[in-house]
Design a protein around this ligand. Structure first.
Ligand SMILES: Cc1ncc(COP(=O)(O)O)c(C=O)c1O
Length: 342
C-alpha cells in the first residue's frame, strides 16, 4: 500500500473523485467513505439533520425501509410512504404528502430498489420534492453508473453509492455527493457525527486526503474500473444496461416465468422473477450454484422464497445472461423439481 498522506494518494483520490463525479453528473462535492453502502446512508442522515427533524421516507422495498430505519435510529421523526413491493413510488403521492405536512424537512428515496428490481422515476419524484423546497436524499447504491441519474439537473442533494455495484470494484467504499443546499443543512445539523463528518472529509480532500485511513486497495481497483468505464463511455454504459435488462426480461418471459416488477419500472441492473407455485425456490438456487456455477439471489425479508433475482450490473453483456436463462430452463424442467411447473 502507498502512504495515504503522500502525493501518490493525493493524485489517486483526486482523479477517482473527478471520474466518479462525471458518472454522477455532478459538479458539487463528492467524498469517499470507507464503508459499505449502508455506511453511506448513515452518513446521509447524521450530516444533515438534528434530533426530532421530520423526514419522509419513500419506500418500495427492503432498502427503502432501511433508509427510514436509519433515520429513526438517530431520532428523526419518520413519515413512511410505502408502496407495494414490485411497484414504483407514485410521485403525485409524494407531492400530496409534502403538501399535507409542510413541517417535513427532507425526502429519503431509493432510486433503484435492488430487493424488488424496481427503478423509481427519480426525475419526477425530484421535481415534486424540489418544487416543495425540501432536501432530497437518494440511495443510488445500485443505480448510478448504470442507470441514468442526473444529480445536479434533477436537484438531488445527497446521492449515495458503493464501489461493489456499478463501479465494478470490491466492496469497501461508499460515495456520497453533497449539494450546496445540503451543506447549508449540514451547518445547522446537530446529530452527533465523528467518523462520518463530511466537514472533515471536505477539509482533508482539499489536500488530497481522507480524514481517516481509507480502503486504499479499493481505490486502486476503482481507478482500474473507471478507466474501463471512461473508455466505454457513460451513455454507452447506460444503453448497454438498458439492452441487457431488456434481454434478461425477455429471456425470463420466454421461459414462461412471471416478472415481479411492474414492467413500466423494471430495473436495468437487477431482474426479479416470481417463483412459480410448487417450485422450491432455494433448491433452484442451490442447483444453479452447484451444477451450473451460476449464483442468483433469492428474495429478502418477506420476499424470501417468493422471488429470484438476476444481477446484471457492471461488466455484463447479453452473452453472460444467455447461459443463465439456459440453466434456469434446464433446472426448472429437471425432474427433481415439480415437473411441469413452468
Ligand atoms: C439499493 C441498496 N441500498 C442499500 C444497500 C446496502 O448496501 P451495503 O450492503 O453495501 O451496505 C444495497 C445493497 O445491495 C442496495 O442495493
Amino acid at each position: 500500500m502507498i502512504n495515504h498522506r503522500g502525493p501518490e494518494f493525493a493524485r489517486l483520490i483526486t482523479s477517482v473523485t473527478a471520474d466518479v463525479k462525471h458518472f454522477y453528473r455532478t459538479t458539487h462535492d463528492l467524498f469517499f467513505l470507507t464503508a459499505s453502502g449502508t455506511g453511506g446512508l448513515e452518513a446521509a442522515i447524521v450530516n444533515f439533520f438534528s434530533p426530532g427533524d421530520r423526514v419522509l421516507c419513500v419506500s418500495v422495498g427492503v432498502f427503502g425501509d432501511r433508509f427510514g430505519t436509519i433515520a429513526e435510529v438517530f431520532g428523526l421523526q419518520v413519515d413512511r410512504l410505502s408502496f407495494p413491493y414490485g411497484q414504483a413510488a407514485d410521485p403525485q403521492a409524494v407531492a400530496e404528502h409534502l403538501r399535507a405536512h409542510p413541517a417535513i424537512a427532507a425526502v429519503l428515496v431509493t432510486h433503484n430498489e435492488t430487493s424488488t428490481g424496481v427503478t423509481n422515476d427519480l426525475e419526477a419524484i425530484a421535481r415534486e420534492v424540489k418544487g416543495a423546497g425540501k432536501l432530497l436524499l437518494v440511495d443510488a447504491i445500485s443505480s448510478v453508473g448504470s442507470i441514468p441519474l442526473h444529480t445536479d439537473e434533477w436537484g438531488c442533494d445527497v446521492v449515495v453509492s458503493a464501489t461493489q455495484k456499478s463501479w465494478m470494484a470490491p466492496p469497501g467504499l461508499a460515495t456520497i455527493s453533497v449539494s450546496p443546499a445540503a451543506w447549508e443543512a449540514h451547518a445547522r445539523a446537530r446529530l452527533p457525527r465523528f467518523y462520518w463528518d463530511l466537514s472533515a472529509a471536505r477539509r482533508y480532500l482539499e489536500r488530497g486526503q481522507t480524514p481517516w485511513t481509507p480502503a486504499v486497495s479499493v481505490l486502486f481497483a476503482l481507478e482500474a474500473a473507471l478507466a474501463m468505464m471512461k473508455e466505454e463511455g457513460r451513455e454507452a454504459i447506460e444503453l448497454r444496461h438498458a439492452r441487457v435488462g431488456e434481454f434478461t426480461r425477455r429471456g425470463v418471459r420466454e421461459l414462461g416465468l412471471e416478472l415481479f416488477a411492474d414492467p413500466a419500472h423494471a430495473s436495468n441492473t437487477v431482474t426479479a422473477i416470481r417463483v412459480p407455485s410448487g417450485v422450491d425456490a432455494r433448491a433452484v438456487l442451490r442447483i444453479l450454484r452447484e451444477q451450473h456455477g451460476i449464483v442468483l439471489a433469492g428474495g429478502q425479508g418477506k420476499l424470501d422464497g417468493q422471488i429470484w433475482r438476476i444481477g446484471h450490473m457492471g461488466w455484463v453483456e447479453e452473452r453472460d445472461i444467455a447461459p443463465v436463462i439456459a440453466a434456469l430452463r434446464e433446472v426448472l424442467h429437471s425432474s427433481a423439481l415439480a415437473p411441469g411447473a413452468v
